[in-house]
Design a binder for this molecule. Structure first.
Ligand code: FAD
Ligand code: DHB
Length: 399
């Protein structure tokens, strides 16, 4: 089996399969330094934590990760606590950077001496229609050809695998948002014990963290804005204004990194075409407000690894046949949650006073109703990997 892409999806799939004695080759377009240094997600759901432990890469995460049992919603200058663990029977999230997850997975793969080829150029996939997939690529200046049984397309939103599925087979659903996120990593102790998601008329802001000494903060900016428009002082001024609440101070520190990310919702269906299986951002994207992207990637490859192990051990094709449907139920739940969090918390540049009043009403409802807060909490900590009951597509999420 070949895996295209060494992001969290590709690396974890390789790791889960290796532990079951299944060999894979991973091809990655970028360098190891680039892949390990790409600052992105920071929130791991309970199910993701469990899978990383099961995959044998949870040791450093358990030592260094920060367990959070709640979040704050901030609006109209007041902070409201959502006690997620209390509302979900003890489930929690872990703050542990995607960079660290990727470093742990790369180290585990290299320790096993399993093939992981960085800086592959001109990766292309052919022969899908004949069920004889062939990957062609250039590695260390030499052209290579890899004939395989199955290909896992874990090459992210801009990868090549999805583009190999014929247009008349692939359905696409998408929405672009009229704003983006500017994120900074700052060398300063977090000014909060749990994440703060803030709604204000100036736009959304988020106070997150990476460790007891490193803070991660985001602000909503316009889609056309450039990083050069945002000197550090301007970012801190906005963060102070948007996160402001009574008796609370935001502490500033040196900015180590800053970048702008567009916001998009996207789903491609089906996630399988013949011997190609898409997983993670290659198949779906969510706006980051619900912290779901990395967790969805982990859920996909966990379902995929189980299906592949089943096929090898019992010869059953059921898991692979049902792979797309099994993933998509969860994917659409995360799509809705991410869209809902995004529209509740961001300021629509084309919005009106009526829209703002609806947002305030929704925020007040979530902050004051146990039922509404529970709905947010169970989606945020993550629903179980697969639905319970007879039908995976229509069964309940929780028994
Ligand atoms: P990727 O991480 O994109 O990996 C794909 C890999 O494929 C890359 O290494 C790429 O170089 C490689 N590749 C691409 N093309 C080719 C090719 N042709 N050949 C070979 N290799 C190729 N998610 C959360 O769950 N929680 C969060 O808190 C969160 N916060 C986020 C904050 C920000 C600012 C951003 C940008 C994202 C956030 N996400 C979050 C989303 C999360 O980072 C992604 O969903 C996650 O990286 C998906 O993993 P992946 O392996 O599917 O794709
Ligand atoms: C982080 C990113 C998110 O998208 C989010 O919702 C919470 C935290 C982070 O990078 O820490």
């Amino acid at each position: 089996m070949a895996i295209v892409g060494a992001g969290p999806a590709g690396l974890l799939l390789g790791q889960l399969l290796a532990r079951e004695g299944i060999d894979t080759v991973i091809l990655e377009a970028r360098s190891r330094e680039h892949v390990e240094g790409r600052i992105r997600a920071g929130v791991l759901e309970q199910g993701t934590i469990d899978v990383l432990r099961e995959a044998g890469v949870g040791e450093r995460m358990d030592r260094e990760g920060l367990v959070h049992g709640g979040i704050y919603l901030c609006f109209d200058g007041a902070r409201h606590h959502i006690p997620m663990s209390e509302l979900t029977g003890g489930r929690a999230v872990m703050i542990y950077g995607q960079t660290e997850v990727v470093k742990d997975l790369v180290a585990a793969r290299l320790a096993m001496d399993a093939p992981l080829r960085f800086e592959c150029a001109e990766v292309s996939l052919d022969g899908l229609n004949r069920d004889e997939p062939v990957l062609r690529y250039t590695y260390q200046g030499e052209p290579h050809e890899l004939t395989c049984d199955l290909v896992a397309g874990c090459d992210g939103f801009h990868g090549v695998c999805r583009t190999c599925i014929p247009d008349d087979v692939l359905g696409v659903w998408q929405r672009d948002y009229p704003f983006a996120w500017l994120g900074i990593l700052a060398q300063v102790a977090p000014s909060t014990d749990e994440l703060i998601y803030a709604h204000s008329e100036r736009g959304f802001a988020l106070h997150s963290m990476r460790s007891p000494t490193i803070s991660r903060l985001y602000i909503q900016v316009g889609t056309e804005e450039k990083i050069g428009d945002w000197p550090d002082e301007r970012i801190w001024d906005e963060l102070h204004a948007r996160l402001a609440s009574e008796d609370w101070e935001l502490t500033e520190g040196p900015v180590l990194e800053k970048s702008i990310t567009p916001m998009r919702s996207f789903v491609a269906e089906p996630m399988r075409f013949r011997s190609l299986l898409l997983a993670g951002d290659a198949a779906h994207i969510v706006p980051p407000t619900g912290a779901k992207g990395l967790n969805l990637a982990v859920a996909d490859v966990t379902v995929l690894a189980r299906a592949l192990v089943d096929r090898l051990q019992s010869g059953s094709e059921t898991g692979l046949r049902e792979y797309s449907d099994r993933c998509l139920g969860r994917v659409w739940r995360a799509q809705h949650f991410s869209w809902w969090m995004t529209t509740m918390l961001h300021t629509d540049p084309d919005g009106d006073a009526y829209g703002l009043a609806l947002q305030r009403s929704q925020l007040e409802y979530v902050a004051s109703s146990r039922a509404a807060a529970t709905s947010l909490a169970e989606n945020y900590v993550g629903l179980p990997l697969e639905r319970t009951g007879a039908s995976h597509a229509g069964g309940p999420w929780l028994s």
